[in-house]
Every structure is written in structure tokens, then in C-alpha cells.
Design a protein around this ligand. Sequence first.
Ligand code: PBG
Length: 316
Amino acid sequence: MRRLRATEPLRRLVRETRLAPSQFVLPLFVCEGEGVRREIGSMPGHAQLSIDRLIEECRAAHTLGLGGVLLFGIPAEKDEAASGAYAEHGIVQRALAAIKREVPELVLITDVCNCEYTSHGHCGKVVGGDVDNDATLAWLAAAAVSHARAGADMVAPSDMMDGRVAAIRRALDEAGFPHTPILSYAAKFASAFYGPFREAAESAPQFGDRRSYQMDAANAREAMREIELDLEEGADMIMVKPALPYLDLIRLARDRFDVPVAAYQVSGEFSMIMAAARNGWIDRDRAMLETLTAIHRAGAGIILTYFAKDAAKLLS
Ligand code: PBG
């Protein structure tokens, strides 16, 4: 077996899994203001950006040949009704219009969820201490339509309410956006690895947790059922999230469903590598490429990752 491992050119020739910048999607956080770049302590190199700074980041993403960006909004004010999520001139809606104007070729995907916009930090309307599924669907549908109207190329619901894909599909079609695809966070788990993101997006739940809507880490068959239902409801692409702790599910999904499969290397996966690298315990670049390769090898054609720019630079 060692003959084909002898030199880098030989290893390159027989390599089975290849990464390319066009597979990576970069998550970005947009906030109010001008000239703002508020560093996120737990996610080195990432920051909340005002729209002008966001545009610079989008230009860089486009120049590096990334597959796209995924936008998260941090509104100035939060309320019980998540009104910033679907406001015509909300932060994400204005950001979309500005990026479309300045970097028209970049693929813009929006995270459709309420947790950044609710005062209590839950992903939907809270009724009697729990998130009310069906009441939340109307907010999600309105948010998706407002994103499409503002220039989103694709919407990505991440809330884990039942029936949200059907509700969003119907609303998009009725509003005149039959061509806007839906990337569903179909198999999204209640995970410890979202910790740094919740600092970044200021979206930690103020009471309880997300276990009554996000999936239990132990369940693989249930994940396949989630994916199947979302596809029946009209999802164009599906996602498994987090990525590295769920490689088996990425593989199962790849083998079972003939749609593009995405995986989200989430904030905690990123921050663990960065923290260990900063301590000199592991090599950042190698850990980055090894994890991305593993996620791709498991079957994800698209990887949402905070390493998108760094990995693209290393690969070019
Ligand atoms: C919104 C959302 C979350 C993430 C993506 N969309 C947070 C959560 O569900 O608590 C996590 C992304 C990351 O950790 O990088 N619901």
C-alpha cells in the first residue's frame, strides 16, 4: 500500500476526496450601525458587522470563489413577536439589498429563524412556557418571503418547527417567488456545540432549552424521517447539523436521498479547533482541512463553515 503514498504528487493523484472553495458557505453576522466590527470572543476572526463592513466581507468571499454566504441578523431590538425577523426593512432585509447591489454574483442564503429576534431567545412564539408550533409557522413564512423580496437567493429555515418547509414553500409561491429554493436544516440536533454562536448572535434562550424542538443526539432513524418529511414538503436541499459529531448521518442521508446534502460545521466545532491551536496543542490548518475533508468524505457536497475563507486560501 505504501507505493502510492511515497510522494505528495502521487498522494495528490490518488486522492479520493477533493475540497474546493465553491463547496464552502461562510456564515456572517450583520448588525446595525456603520463601520462596526464587533469581534466575537469565542470565535476568533469572526465579528458582528455593520452592513458596510459586511459588504467588504462579501467581496472577499466572492473573490475567493466561495459557494455563498449565510446571513444571520442581530436586530437593535428584540420583542415577544420576533418582529425584526420579518420586518420589511429589518437588518437582514437591508443587508440583502445592499449586497445584491454591490456583489451581485455572490449566492446569498438566509437563516430563517426567530431566536435572534425574540426577547426570550426561543425559536418561535412562546405560549404557556413552550414554543407553539403552528403559530410560529406564520412568522417563518413571513420572514422567508421578506428575505426573497430583499434579494435572497435561497432561504434556510433552522427553527425545527414541524411543517415549516410546506408553510414557507406555499408562502413563497403565493408571493411570486416560486424559484427561490429552500435549504432545510432538516436534521438539526439540540447540541452543546452551538455555544459560541449564541454569544455571536445574542440568541441564548432566557429560560429552558431547545430540546422540545431540536433533535435528540441519539436518534438516527428519526433524523432520516425529518429529512424525508422536509423533502415531501418541498425542500430542495437538506442539511445535517452539527457536522463532525454526526458524520454517520451525513453518510446515511447521502446514500438515501438524491438531493444536495449540506452539513454545518458549527461554531463549537470551529472554536474547539481555534482554542486548541492557540494553545499550541494542534495545528490549525491541518485540523481545519482534515475535518472539512472528513465532512465531505462522509457525503456532504456543501459545507457551511467558519473556516470557509481560510480553507479557500489554503486550497488556492
Ligand atoms: C438558529 C441557529 C443556530 C445555529 C444556526 N442557526 C443556533 C441554535 O439553534 O441555537 C447554530 C450555528 C452555530 O453554532 O454555528 N436557530
